[in-house]
Design a protein around this ligand. Sequence first.
Ligand SMILES: [Zn+2]
Length: 276
Amino acid sequence: MRTTILKTAEIDGIGLHKGRPSRVVFRPAEGPTGYRFLGQGFAQPLPARLERVAGTVRGTNITDGKNTIYTVEHLLSAAAGLGVDDLDIEITGEEPPAADGSALPFAEALRRAGLREKPDQERGTLSIGGQLEMEKGDIRYLARPMKDGVFIKLTYDHPHRLVGRQTVEFLLSPDEYLVRVAPARTFGFSHELEALKKAGLALGGSLDNAVVIAENEVLARNGLRFADELARHKLLDLIGDLALTGLPLKDIYIEAERPGHAANVNFAKLLLEKAL
Ligand SMILES: [Zn+2]
């Protein structure tokens, strides 16, 4: 059966990339409608689906041709990570609040709202029948069926001497997600910040909502939350991007090396193509 939330919950803040005030209100969804954004000026709800992806630079953006919503992945990650299938997301502004740079505030809001099962609505899932691989340059994904559950192994690496190679692996469950994945914050390298801001990105970015890796130190409010926080955040992003398939993963083992939003979206399309 499908799951939505019991009551509404909201989050206020500023958007990470645009730096403007923003608010989302999570509302229960009565139908089997997946994740949908609603906003003033939207003729119709905008489904958070792969075919609506309009850009993947530093975040995943979706559009209906008229309205674009930026940086949807952290919010979607929280919903998918907690097993929410149907959610109406009322948004004011062009992107969800950056919050603390992680998915935790979204996850906590959803938990506060409480989950509600819809016994009369059947829940589709995404599984595959055989192994599949995707490679582009040094980016690599692999997926294969497994017995019970969803296991993701993810490797992030960067030549910066304070980063190096980080690998995380989790058998995912809502509780595991909430404790070990959702709190991992987004990050950036200080040498890239100026270029990002010139390109109109990261305008709302600060140590309140991101870990910043400077030449000789890692700047993180109250220190890093996990030694491998960067890789965990990449996992959080991957879960958010895969949520755009509209189907929860089932009985699948996934490996991702050096994933990014563009590749995540392509991998999500491949999974959907090969789905049973
Ligand atoms: Zn992210």
